[in-house]
Design a protein around this ligand. Structure first.
Ligand code: FAD
Length: 486
């Protein structure tokens, strides 16, 4: 089913508990910290529901239309459809919404392509997952996820006194015939403020001594005992959109997920008491690949904004035709094309995987992980190049665009802040945008996001190592060694 933006906004008003410091947010769709981002999410749903865009955003199965990101692909053409839909959604937010509705949906879709992996960990879990997949795609659920134990306490026993827990990492504290009860917290639920549900699990390895933390399940966000502790929202300080055009509407929010005796019924549990498998399920299915292919595509969309902005800033500064500057712009353009090529290559070298009678297909896993690594390695450098090219121009702009409300000040501004290549107001817009992409708190959070959203570089490179054909590489060397004679 394709859901409208208005329906999504209505679901955000479900009584969820969101905290900004000690403030309890009533309705995220009207609160000054969240309302514009809520609308941004709603706009994505309207964009998808447009009947003229059906070919791009929807597929049909048994007479029902679903968003393309729920498609369990069987060939290269279908994989390319996933890519095209992800690119169109990412372009709509300039690649600035990381956990857009197509991210965690990819994870669940990937699991639904090999549910036997879950069934092996406990009878009925694979069926639970398949049923949840059917429900999620039917309702086009917007899922967020918190799949990382809190930093600083991973694997360590922490006395927490009155709470009565051995440690605050989210875990099962009780179970009965109806389901499990979880308590503790998990990081870092991006987008959860606006999502319909949250997925809990583990994308980082945990060992058997912590198997109570392996619980993998999906929860509506308004369950009793569940709360979202938000970091500082940036939208709040961007009341005048032109001052912080990105913070104003693209702050997707990051929250600690805090659960105090939250009851989850068994039909929403997909794995329990299996430390080793709680991460492995995403690797033995296309889950990790489908979700992170979306991340690669999103980064590509963001590259378009960064390269375009760099070039426009050079034009505004009158330096765009200087050979040394053209050289830098050429390099940026090459980097953008590189990501595009890495994305295309994942479909060009698609894999028939996992083995199943259904004959499913996935984007090339090695290239997907290599792209994650590439993006992680280059994002900070690219932002730095853009910042460098802008020089101090963003700081020459007045503190607020409200000077335009003052006839005397705006006349002076219009006259003196213009350059031969750009009028003053266009420059102000451009450099406010540039600052929000490279220097503001929003920009700083993005630098952290691109480094860590898929796990630290250790996790990403571990995946690159795991998927590499070492036998093939070794054979190349060994054959050559055999040819060498003393
Ligand atoms: C903006 C943002 C959004 C996020 N969104 C989500 C989300 O939606 N869902 C979710 O589940 N998680 C999310 N995360 C969390 C993300 O999964 C974690 O940040 C990531 O797993 C890394 O964990 P950490 O931040 O605790 O860093 P750590 O694991 O503590 O790492 C910190 C540093 O220490 C280094 N380090 C750690 N261990 C070693 C070692 N053994 N040897 C050498 N160096 C080491 C790392 O390389 C890194 O540089 C998000 C994070 C950010 C920043």
């Amino acid at each position: 089913m394709l859901i409208s933006g208005a329906e999504k906004l209505e679901k955000m008003r479900d009584g969820r508990r969101v905290l900004i410091g000690k403030e309890r947010v009533g309705d995220v769709t009207v609160h000054p910290a969240f309302k514009n981002a809520a609308q941004t999410v709603a706009d994505l749903y309207d964009q998808k529901a447009d009947p003229d865009k059906r070919d791009l955003y929807a597929f049909e199965e048994d007479g029902e239309a679903f968003s393309v990101y729920w498609l369990r692909c069987k060939n290269r053409e279908e994989l390319a459809r996933r890519t095209a839909s992800a690119k169109a959604l990412a372009d709509a937010t300039y690649g600035l919404i990381g956990r857009s509705p197509d991210h965690v949906a990819g994870l669940v879709t990937g699991l639904a392509m090999n549910p036997g992996v879950l069934e092996k960990t406990g009878k009925g879990f694979g069926d639970n997952l398949l049923r949840y997949y059917q429900k999620a795609r039917h309702e086009d659920l917007f899922l967020s996820f918190a799949v990382t134990a809190p930093s600083g306490i991973r694997g360590q026993e922490v006395a927490t006194g009155d709470a009565g827990l051995e440690q605050p990492a989210l875990r099962v504290v009780a179970e009965d015939d109806d389901g499990v009860v979880v308590s503790g917290m998990k990081m870092l639920a991006t987008g959860a403020v606006f999502a319909d549900e949250i997925w809990i699990g583990n994308l980082s390895p945990i060992d058997e001594s912590r198997k109570a933390e392996s619980i993998t399940a999906a929860m509506p966000l308004n369950l009793p005992g569940l709360s979202l502790w938000a970091r500082q929202p940036y939208e709040m300080h961007a009341a005048r959109p032109a001052n912080y055009p990105l913070s104003h509407r693209f702050d997707e929010g990051d929250c600690m997920l805090v659960c105090e005796n939250v009851k989850i019924p068994w039909e929403r549990v997909f794995l329990h008491n299996d430390g080793a498998q709680s991460r492995q399920i995403y690797i033995d299915t296309p889950a990790n690949c489908y979700a992170n292919h979306q991340s690669n595509v999103r980064f590509w969309a963001k590259m378009g904004l960064m390269v375009g902005l760099a070039s426009r800033a050079c034009l505004a500064n009158g330096i765009d035709q200087i050979p040394a500057v053209r050289d830098i712009l050429g390099r940026l353009a090459a980097l953008e094309a590189t990501v595009g090529g890495l994305v295309a290559g994942q479909n060009e070298a698609w894999e028939a995987w996992p083995e199943s009678p259904d004959g499913y297909a996935t984007h090339n896993r090695r290239i997907m992980y290599a792209t994650l690594n590439w993006c992680q390695e280059h994002h900070t450098e690219i932002v730095d190049i853009v910042r460098d090219l802008m020089g101090a121009a963003p700081l020459q702009m007045p503190a607020s665009t409200d000077i335009l409300d003052d006839p005397e000040l705006s006349a002076r501004f219009d006259e003196w802040w213009a350059t031969p290549t750009m009028d003053a107001r266009q420059r102000m817009k451009l450099y406010k945008l540039g600052w929000d992409l490279t220097g503001s708190e929003f920009a700083g959070r993005h630098q952290l996001y691109e480094k860590f959203y898929a796990g630290s570089s250790l996790i990403v490179r571990n995946s690159c190592h795991r998927e590499a054909p070492w036998d093939h590489f070794h054979a190349i060397v060994d054959d050559l060694l055999d040819e060498i004679e003393f």
